[in-house]
Design a binder for this molecule. Structure first.
Ligand code: NDP
Ligand code: A1CAB
Length: 267
């Protein structure tokens, strides 16, 4: 279906998405472009693709990932609109920009082109990510092909368009929140005498293992928490401190803040 796959904006997220797509469609020809060409060249070399300019991606590819920041999207698509308008073959634009919905991409690209909006996260780079997506003016065949293409990224889930900003707050932004938590746990360990490297390794493995346990055993987080808290034991004292300091409310508010920022980016 997607015989040639391109990426405009070979940064952190775009590169990870193209790496996953390369695994999902090993036969596809790969193209990438970037403002700083060295990044596109390195990615192309790694994936056996070609580093080109934005115009070549727009002219050539049947699936075009847009990996630039939301604030750059208008400028990038304004330059590409005349090229896209000249195409007579079918192509799909796939935007990962936070806060920009499919209609916004169509408006900026200057046509009612098929658009997929996806919200990946950084763990896509190790095949343990989350990608939510929806399509507008796409065919079911294109969405099915996209689902297959993205499978090496991790959990790939079709979602209703209005839910994408909320999903973005949980899993798109979530790695930053999780990293803060891991770092803070490690800091606590260091304060109690653990060497830094050990503290970080233990905290990261613990987070991965807890998520795995929850998913593989189908447990609710409350069950997991209760299973660790011995009556009169140590863990419940830590839970008490986290509750006193508003840990849950802070995590909820963090997601709500990202949601509100997504809404404002789209205006
Ligand atoms: N990081 C994340 O966790 C997530 C990011 N996203 C989305 O992904 C997108 C990219 O974010 P992220 O990867 O973090 O950002 P990066 O800054 O790492 O990547 C953006 C890339 O776009 C390139 N670029 C900028 N202007 C142009 C241009 N005119 N033509 C071609 N390339 C250009 C930059 O080039 P240069 O090397 O010159 O700076 C850079 O490599 C954003 O829209 C963001 O909302 C979505 C989900 C998660
Ligand atoms: O911070 C951002 O805007 C991007 C989108 C989701 C994660 N990072």
């Amino acid at each position: 279906m997607f015989s040639s796959i391109g990426l405009i904006g070979a940064g952190t997220m775009g590169s990870a998405v193209l790496q996953a797509a390369a695994k999902g469609a090993p036969e596809a020809a790969l193209y990438c472009s970037n403002r700083t060409p060295a990044k596109a060249q390195a990615l192309a070399q790694q994936l056996g693709g070609q580093a080109v300019d934005n115009a070549a991606v727009a002219r050539t590819c049947s699936l075009i990932f847009l990996g630039v920041k939301p604030q750059m999207m208008a400028g990038v698509l304004a330059d590409l609109a005349p090229i896209l308008a000249q195409r007579t073959d079918r192509f799909v634009l796939a935007s990962m920009a936070a806060g920009l919905d499919a209609q916004a991409i169509q408006t900026l690209a200057g046509g009612k082109y098929p658009v997929i909006c996806l919200m990946p996260n950084t763990p896509v780079a190790v095949g343990a990510g989350v990608v939510q997506y929806y399509g507008v003016d796409t065919t079911q065949e294109e969405l099915d092909a996209f689902q297959t293409l993205m499978a090496p990224a991790g959990l790939v889930d079709s979602i209703e368009p209005h839910l994408l900003p909320a999903a973005s707050g949980v899993s798109g932004c979530g790695p930053a929140f999780c990293a803060l938590f891991i770092e803070a746990l490690a800091d606590g360990g260091v304060a109690c005498g653990l060497p830094r490297a050990k503290a970080l390794a233990y905290a990261a493995q613990m987070v991965e293992g807890t998520a795995k346990l929850m998913m593989e055993k189908g447990l609710h987080p409350g069950q997991l928490k209760d299973g660790v808290c011995s009556p009169g034991g140590t863990t419940i004292q830590g839970v008490r401190v986290l509750e006193e300091r508003g840990f849950r409310a802070a995590a909820m508010d963090a997601v709500i803040a990202t949601f509100e920022k997504s809404q404002s980016l789209g205006k």
